[in-house]
Design a protein. Structure first.
Length: 94
């Protein structure tokens, strides 16, 4: 029996596979991990921005309500409507 030598094309294919594996693990895998982390961060920022947007939309709708606006102005800025009287109640201190 004679032993056949591996053909050059098989060695070339093996070399390309080894290079591709090395390139994937040392270059593309790290980039993939960085991009995955960045995508997770951006998803969290998007969720936060979406919640904030919904809160602002709700608040905007509330400010269109006249009674809410009057109550807000009274509570936060001590404003009153004409013909209203303000007074402060002070409790007894022991």
């Amino acid at each position: 029996m004679t032993r056949r030598r591996p053909k050059v094309r098989y060695l070339a294919v093996l070399a390309v596979l080894v290079w591709a594996t090395y390139y994937y693990w040392h270059v593309q895998h790290q980039q993939l991990m960085e991009l995955t982390a960045k995508a997770d961060t951006l998803q969290a920022q998007l969720a936060t921005a979406t919640r904030q947007h919904n809160t602002l939309v709700n608040e905007s709708q509330e400010f269109r309500n006249k009674t809410y606006l009057e109550r807000y102005a009274t509570q936060h800025f001590n404003l009153i409507l004409p013909n209203q009287v303000t007074f402060t109640l002070q409790g007894k201190t022991p």
